[in-house]
Design a binder for this molecule. Structure first.
Ligand code: GLY
Length: 424
């Protein structure tokens, strides 16, 4: 099959590797992809937001299936446009993708259908938002309505921080139109769980749970990043929590989207928090998480492409989705200074015997040599019988990879392991 993947990071590399492990021979293109995928996919120099060029490429090259993995093209209607020219896709339409691309839509959906989430208010006017935060109980969470490269959420500890966030989002417009509205919501506490799920518009099949580590430095310190590492399964997603989430959150969300005339197809990501009042939704994403995908897909035993096609064709209820009982850990190697300011262009050394465990992200080719080209450079994932062994092995492998001015967190999985050990 001729397949095209839209995106260019570690998540897309993990999707491509997994498809390659399944049945059948495929011709895979990645737009734009990255230099670390060479050999596994043909990278095409078209950016994920260049929808016209993506559609043209698909038509000219007889693409039979498109996997739209990144949030921006989904929000821009890449799936709708490809469907119009007869290319079937993995991923939601723009209307369904609003579950991620509009925080206001997502919160109103949850309120309407009684899906547990934090209390909130919506503002389309900075003056009213600024007045509201004068009397708010701190900390509070301020979210830009639209996509903001993962930087649109501020946890304000006091009025000054809240005012700064509102001014920069709604008045200075640091995220452009994404800041036309804000959601101001109650701060929740508890362990976070990511649950990615395959969805065909009516049937939803959750994947193994995972835990992201969003802060840059050990002990959950430093600025928020796209994710510095992940583990799966997440020990805070106990069988009881899982049952409650499936009954009160996961199934009702799919049903709500269907009732709203926006049936969701693709990967629906539930960002959950296990609060003292039960599990609640922190956020939805309309796509695979990054770097959650890099621990979830290595545990998938069934054929990924078959499952993806079933989400498109509405046959997920007849398709096998089986995960192994093992554990996985992904450690991200980043450029020093990420997520703020960092240097690029340093040679990357990865020993041959661990190449299969590496998912490349911010890399480029310089005269045939792989060099750093982004903040999150790569992730290294291993799978083992238990979480402790997976963490140990991933760090052992990560330490064998080198490039100048690299850094990684040294405590990926520590909180999860602690939880497991305290329960035993
Ligand atoms: N790891 C969080 C995300 O993909 O949004």
């Amino acid at each position: 099959m001729k397949i095209m993947v839209i995106g260019g990071g570690g998540r897309e590399h993990a999707i491509i590797k997994k498809i390659r492990q399944g049945k059948g021979e495929h011709e895979i293109y990645c737009l734009p992809g990255n230099a670390g995928m060479a050999g596994e996919a043909t990278c095409i120099d078209i950016k994920a937001k260049e929808i016209d060029k993506i559609v043209e490429f698909a038509r000219e090259n007889g693409i039979e299936y498109a996997i739209v993995a990144q949030d921006d093209p989904l929000a821009l209607g890449c799936v709708d446009r490809l469907n119009e020219v007869g290319v079937p896709c993995f991923g939601p339409t723009a209307k369904a993708a609003e579950i991620e691309s509009s925080k206001v839509f997502a919160k109103n959906l949850m309120k309407k259908y009684g899906i547990p989430t934090s209390e909130y208010e919506v503002f389309d006017n900075s003056k009213k938002a600024l007045k509201y935060v004068k009397t708010a109980k701190y900390p509070i969470v301020i979210k830009a309505d639209g996509l903001a490269l993962g930087k649109g959420v501020t946890i304000a500890q006091n009025e000054k921080e809240a005012v700064d966030a509102i001014v920069s989002v709604m008045e200075t417009k640091v995220f452009g139109e994404s800041g036309n509205k804000v959601v101001i919501e109650e701060f929740m506490e508890g362990p976070e769980v990511s649950v990615l799920s395959f969805c065909d518009g009516k049937t939803i099949v959750p994947m193994v749970s995972s835990m992201d580590h969003k802060r840059a430095y050990d002990g959950d310190n430093g600025p928020n990043t796209g994710g510095m590492g992940t583990i799966a399964p997440n020990p805070f997603y106990t069988p009881e929590v899982q049952r409650e989430c499936e009954e009160k959150i996961i199934k009702p969300t799919v049903e709500a989207m269907r009732k709203e005339g926006r049936p969701f197809k693709g990967c629906l990501y539930f960002g959950l928090m296990v609060t003292k009042d039960g599990p609640k939704v922190v956020e939805y994403n309309c796509r695979f998480g990054d770097p959650e995908t890099q621990v979830v897909l290595p545990l998938l035993e069934s054929d990924l492409l078959e499952i993806m096609l079933a989400t498109t064709n509405g046959t997920l209820d007849k398709t096998e989705v089986r995960f192994s009982n093992k554990s996985a850990c992904c450690v991200v190697l980043a450029s020093q200074g990420y997520p703020v300011k960092y240097e690029k262009g340093y040679s990357i050394f990865v020993p041959d015997d661990i190449k299969d465990n590496v998912y490349f992200a911010g890399v480029a080719s310089d005269h045939g040599e792989l060099v750093t080209n982004g903040g999150r450079v790569l992730g290294v994932t291993t799978v083992a019988d238990d979480l402790k062994s997976a963490i140990k092995k991933s760090y052992k492998y990560a330490k064998r990879i080198s490039f100048r001015k690299s850094f990684m967190r040294t405590d990926i999985g520590a909180k999860a392991l602690n939880a497991l050990e305290n329960n035993q």
